[in-house]
Design a protein around this ligand. Structure first.
Ligand code: KG4
Ligand code: ZN
Length: 341
C-alpha cells in the first residue's frame, strides 16, 4: 500500500506518502513569510503559492519515500473545509493524478484528519498509526475549536464547537493588538514565558455554561478594551510577558475546564488534543497536570503534526480506504464548508 496525500486547505502546501499506516514522507512548504506582512492569510496569495509549490512538494514527498508514481495505490486529498481556491489547487491536482494512474481518490475532511492525528506513535522506523481508543477530543486550530466524542477509528460525534472565533484566531487577533507578528499563537507562547498568568484578568467566555460550546470573540474584545484604556502598557516592554501570559491563561483555562467537564460527564478515561494551538507549551503542561491528577490518559499530537500537514490527511485516507468508506466519482468537487457531522 502506498498512498499519496495532498493538503492545500489554507497556507501550507503539503504532500505525504503513507505506507500501511506509517508515514514514509511528509513534506510541508509553509507560506508564513508571504502572509505575515498582511497579518493573516490572503486567499489569492495562498492559491498562487500552492500553484507555485505543489509540483515540487509532491516530487520531494515521492522521492523521500522512495516511491515511484507506478507504486502509488491510492490518492488522498483534503476536500474541505478550507479556503475554496486554495482547496481547489490540491483537490484538482490529486484528482488528475489519480485518474491518470487509474487509482482511487479519497476525499478527506481536514478537521477529521486533525482529530485522529494524536494516534501517530513513534518507533525506531518512524511514525505509525496506533489503535484508536475511545476518547474525548479537543481540536484547536486557527479555524476550528471543537469537542468531539470518539468511539473508535472513523466513529465520532461532534459535542460542541465555537460560536464565533476559534482559539487560534483568538491568539492571532490578540497578538496583533499587542503589535506582535503573524501567526500570533507562537509569539504569545514565546513572550508568555516568564510572565505572570494572573497579572491581568481577561474574560473567560462561556466558561460557566454547562454545554460543550465555546466563544472567543468576547476575550478578544476584553483585551481590546483593556488596551484602549491602558495604552501605556503597549509602550512598556516589561509588561509584554504578563499580558501574553494572562491572555494565554484565559484561552487555556476555557479549553481545559470544558474538555475536563466533557470527559467527566461521559466517563471518558482518555483525552486527545490536535490542531495548531495544541503546540502551545502552557496548554500542553496544564492538560498534562490536570489529566495526571484525574487519572486520565492524555494524547497530544506530536508538535510537527499539530499544524497543517499531509501526513494526517494520508492517515485518514488510509483508514477510509481500508474500510471502503469513500466515494470516487469523477465530478466530486471541493467542500469548503464541510461540517464534521
Ligand atoms: O492547525 P493549523 O495549522 O491551521 C488550521 O487548520 O487552522 O493552526 C494554526 C493556528 C494559528 O492560529 C496559530 O497561531 C496557532 O495554530 N498556533 C499556536 C501555536 N502554534 C501555532 N497557538 C498557540 N501557541 C502556539 N505555540
Ligand atoms: Zn488545520
Amino acid at each position: 500500500m502506498r498512498l499519496l496525500a495532498f493538503e492545500t486547505s489554507c497556507d501550507e502546501t503539503s504532500a505525504a506518502v503513507i505506507g500501511n499506516n506509517r508515514i514514509l514522507s511528509n513534506v510541508i512548504s509553509s507560506q508564513i513569510e508571504v502572509h505575515s506582512e498582511y497579518g493573516g492569510v490572503v486567499p489569492e496569495l495562498a492559491t498562487r503559492e500552492h500553484l507555485r509549490n505543489l509540483k515540487s512538494v509532491v516530487s520531494e514527498a515521492l522521492t523521500k519515500a522512495s516511491c515511484d508514481i507506478d507504486d502509488v495505490t491510492a490518492v488522498g486529498a483534503t476536500q474541505g473545509p478550507g479556503l475554496p481556491t486554495a482547496l481547489m489547487v490540491g483537490w484538482k491536482a490529486a484528482q488528475a493524478f489519480a485518474y491518470s494512474i487509474d487509482k482511487p481518490l479519497i476525499g478527506v475532511n481536514h478537521v477529521v484528519a486533525h482529530l485522529y492525528s494524536p494516534w501517530f506513535s513513534e518507533d525506531q522506523k518512524g511514525k505509525y498509526l496506533d489503535h484508536v481508543e475511545p476518547n474525548i477530543s479537543l481540536i484547536v486550530s486557527g479555524g476550528h475549536t471543537m469537542l468531539v466524542k470518539v468511539n473508535g477509528a472513523l466513529n465520532h460525534e461532534l459535542m460542541g464547537q465555537t460560536k464565533d472565533d476559534a482559539a487560534g484566531e483568538c491568539f492571532d487577533k490578540t497578538a496583533k493588538l499587542l503589535g506582535l507578528s503573524y501567526p500570533g499563537g507562537p509569539e504569545i507562547d514565546k513572550f508568555a514565558k516568564g510572565g505572570n498568568p494572573k497579572a491581568y484578568d481577561f474574560a473567560r467566555p462561556m466558561l460557566n455554561q454547562e454545554n460543550d460550546d465555546f466563544s472567543f470573540s468576547g476575550l478578544k474584545t476584553s483585551v481590546k478594551y483593556f488596551l484602549e484604556k491602558n495604552s501605556s502598557v503597549l509602550f512598556n516592554d516589561d509588561q509584554l510577558p504578563d499580558l501574553c501570559a494572562s491572555i494565554q491563561a484565559a484561552i487555556v483555562e476555557v479549553l481545559l475546564v470544558k474538555a475536563m467537564r466533557a470527559a467527566m460527564r461521559t466517563n471518558s478515561k482518555c483525552i486527545t488534543i490536535s490542531g495548531g494551538v495544541a503546540r502551545n507549551s502552557y496548554l500542553r503542561s496544564e492538560f498534562k497536570r490536570e489529566c495526571r491528577d484525574r487519572d486520565i490518559v492524555l494524547k497530544i499530537a506530536v508538535p510537527d503534526l499539530c499544524t497543517d500537514n499531509a501526513a494526517m490527511i494520508g492517515l485518514l485516507a488510509n483508514l477510509m480506504y481500508e474500510k471502503g468508506d469513500f466515494s470516487n466519482k469523477p465530478d466530486d468537487d471541493i467542500k469548503p464548508n464541510w461540517n464534521i457531522n
